[in-house]
Design a protein around this ligand. Structure first.
Ligand code: GUN
Ligand code: ZN
Length: 445
């Protein structure tokens, strides 16, 4: 066991997210193995109350520092690290001119491996300890990312990108080399193969990954839905209702579905653990479908602002009541830093603000990128497994050590904070990777 003395931020499960933060000015976090050997939080609370309870445990004192849950990124593209900041008129030209040409390189295992090493290191450097990520349509990219995440013991979920049409040949799924199956069949065989190889290995999880409806044939979406039914423990990830041209295209390709979102439901791809990026241009029937199926939205504000896609409707989501959390969506998104994402989410929430007092509180923003995102992913302690994204007793011990003195301006501004909300807001507005002094990953004993 080991203990850390510092200020500690965590969230009260079940409490209204806008007011669920718990902050100990002088706290103690005690971590140690659970019955399965996973390092989890054994105790957390005020230092004065806990210091005599664990007399033989070594305490690392971190004066002036804040311990907070590791961040959870609900949607990021591993092969798009090197396309961040590529200018385009909108989503579809951005995919065609920058993203697809880069993604084709991931058919090479060496290229995938070096990109995975950088990607995982960059997430951890930015305090992200759990991520749901896209790979490419090449098996090599999936194996490379899982291998690196396993080496670093990061909690990571990814899967083979399913795309059998409407993109250049070198980013589409490939037929079996011996001609025994076509690209669609082979993509589903490969998905199941990779799922069986990686899902549940250490801290890794598999996501069945139709890129978005326009890149998948009916047969591929149907096969993905059948796979999802056979493996209810696996995740599903895709994109929906991001951009007006994309929506018009999806409607044209699937005219029988009630809406773009409903297309996924029609193929059995909406359920708990199904994560849809963006979810911007929804009507209330779409919102009700999200709620009824238990699917969750990965809100990606830096991407939506950068690509001019639109603004996630927080008031609509809360009115109908479906799960959502925050995501970087790199490389449409502009930063790996959760602070940049939380700030962009604040701007987006302001844009849609119709009544005073409804803008996103700093506690709510932070929750959306930690405990709220974990809840949306089904990683909040269901089925007796330890939760992530929080530092309550029993949670996996993934955390960040924040140094609010990291820059001269952060030091000045945080010293003036008169409340928890002021302190959190100062870090959201001024923070970036410099604020993350250290990222600690739960280790197995
Ligand atoms: N829709 C389909 N593919 C993508 C992608 O790579 N990024 C974003 N932002 N939207 C998509
Ligand atoms: Zn995306």
């Amino acid at each position: 066991m080991k203990a850390y003395r510092a200020a500690i931020l965590r969230f009260a499960p079940g409490r209204e997210p806008r007011r669920s933060a718990i902050f100990e000015e002088d706290g103690l976090l005690v971590v140690g193995p659970n019955a399965t050997g996973m390092q989890v939080v054994q105790a957390v609370g005020p230092y004065r109350d806990l210091k005599d309870t664990f007399p033989s445990v070594a305490i690392e004192h971190l004066p002036g520092r804040i311990i907070a849950p590791g961040f959870v990124d609900m949607h990021i593209h591993f092969p798009q690290t090197d396309v961040i900041g590529s200018p385009a008129d909108g989503l579809l030209p951005w995919l065609e001119n920058y993203t697809f040409p880069e993604e084709k390189r991931f058919s090479a295992i060496e290229y995938s491996a070096q990109a995975a090493t950088f990607f995982v290191a960059e997430l951890l450097r930015n305090g992200v300890t759990t991520a749901l990520a896209f790979a490419t349509s090449h098996r090599e990219s999936v194996d490379a990312l899982f291998t690196e995440a396993q080496t670093q013991r990061m909690r990571l979920i990814t899967g083979l990108c399913l795309m059998d049409r409407n993109a250049p040949a070198d980013v589409l799924n490939r037929a079996a080399p011996d001609g025994s199956s076509d690209a669609t069949e082979q993509s589903l065989i490969d998905s199941e193969d990779l799922l069986r190889k990686w899902h549940g290995t250490g801290r890794l999880g598999y996501a069945i990954t139709p890129r978005f409806a326009p890149s998948c044939s009916d047969a591929q979406l149907r096969g993905a839905g059948e796979l999802a039914a056979r493996y209810p423990e696996a995740w599903i990830q895709s994109h929906v209702a991001e951009n007006m041209d994309e929506i018009a295209w999806a409607r044209q390709l699937f005219p029988a579905s009630r809406s773009y979102l409903a297309t996924y439901d029609d193929f059995g791809l909406m359920r708990e653990r199904a994560i849809y990026a963006h979810c911007i241009h929804f009507d209330d029937d779409d919102r009700a479908l999200m709620r009824a199926t238990g699917a969750a939205a990965a809100v990606s504000p830096t991407s939506n602002l950068f690509l001019g896609s639109g603004f996630f409707d927080y008031a609509g989501a809360d009115r109908v009541g479906f799960h959502y959390g925050l995501a970087s969506d790199v490389g449409g998104g502009t930063s790996f830093s959760p602070f940049h994402t939380m700030l962009a989410a604040y701007y987006v929430g302001r844009e849609g603000q119709t009544k005073p007092g409804l803008s996103l509180s700093p506690q709510h923003l932070w929750w959306q990128h930690t405990a709220g995102a974990a809840q949306a992913l089904g990683l909040d302690g269901q089925n007796g497994r330890p939760a992530v994204g929080n530092l309550q007793p029993g949670c996996e011990a993934d955390f960040v050590v924040l140094n609010p003195q990291a820059t001269p301006l952060l030091a000045r501004r945080t010293a003036r904070a008169n409340s928890l909300d002021e302190l959190l807001f100062a870090m959201i507005v001024l923070g970036d990777d410099r604020l993350i002094e250290k990222t600690v990953i739960s280790q197995a004993f």
